[in-house]
Design a protein around this ligand. Structure first.
Ligand code: KIV
Ligand code: NA
Length: 276
């Protein structure tokens, strides 16, 4: 279990401080993200395209997610570790959903799980309610929910009908239902700023935005976008480093060293012959 608890997050939120979350999919990056001081590490199913080489999140399996989450949980000491339930691992039946959520805590060492809810989605609200009753903390996720990409017709920003529209009303109602079911925080993804603001004001758990503007209670970004590591990045994200460039240069230097005989040198050699 990490040092950070869901009560710490609620205190920070009550004090009006912004919450921070980043994704991680493996131990070395998780260790650095943890040391960097984020409140939460999300082992997102965005591992699909950012870590596992799939072309999206839908193929990601429970086993993929449990393996990635276990690696992250072993490395993170401070941040709350949240395992993301993959597509169809929840919602098909209550029993299966709760068992799968529980595996993240029992087998992978996560502190909490996250799952996506469609506007008006009752099945997933019921899953949240049962999980929280049993002691599995749940983070909700509303808006542009990538597991419903085919249903939404692509990666389309939600809430464009306006903050006073029926669609926005339904999102607010769903956020209330999730809150009543016991979520400890709520990810708002790909929403117009006005709708994200309305939802944030409507609930008393912290909202964590990605592509949801400024009027939310915290932010989450995908670590590979932040580090410039593979992939195309996300237009509403912010890139803080260029690891692609650093890694490409390092690999090219290594290839050149081996091909030119500069590596291995004497200092890279165990019992060099010229010492005997
Ligand atoms: O999988 C993921 O990385 C996510 C975040 C974008 C919230 O769900
Ligand atoms: Na996700």
């Amino acid at each position: 279990m990490s040092e950070t608890t869901i009560r710490d997050l609620q205190w920070k939120y009550d004090e009006g401080e912004a919450l921070t979350m980043l994704t991680a999919y493996d131990a070395p990056i998780a260790r650095l993200v943890d040391r960097g001081g984020v409140d939460m590490i999300l082992v997102g199913d965005s591992a699909g395209h950012n870590h596992l080489g799939y072309d999206g999140t839908l193929p990601v399996t429970m086993e993929d997610q449990l393996s990635n989450t276990a690696a992250v949980a072993r490395a993170a000491e401070e941040a709350l570790v949240i395992g993301d339930l993959p597509f169809l691992s929840y919602g098909t039946s209550l029993e299966k959903s709760v068992e799968n959520a529980g595996r993240f805590l029992k087998e992978a060492g996560a502190d909490a799980v996250k799952l996506e809810t469609a506007p008006g989605g009752e099945a997933t609200v019921e899953v949240v309610s049962r999980c929280t009753e049993l002691g599995i903390p749940v983070q909700g996720h509303l808006g542009l929910t990538p597991q419903r990409m085919n249903q939404l017709g692509g990666a389309v920003i939600q809430g464009r009908e306006g903050a006073e529209s029926a669609a926005a009303d339904e999102l607010v109602e769903t956020a209330h239902a999730l809150e009543a079911a016991g979520i400890f925080s709520l990810v708002l993804e790909g929403l117009t700023e006005a709708v994200a603001k309305r939802i944030s004001e409507a609930v008393s758990v912290p909202t964590i935005g990605i592509g949801a503007g400024r009027h939310v209670d915290g932010q989450v970004l995908v670590i590979t976008d932040v580090l410039g590591l593979g992939g195309e990045g996300y237009s509403l994200s912010k890139q803080y480093a260029d690891l692609d460039g650093i890694i490409e240069d390092a690999v090219a230097d290594y290839v050149e060293d081996v091909e030119s005989g500069r590596f291995p040198a004497r200092e890279n050699t165990y019992e060099p012959i010229d010492e005997q």
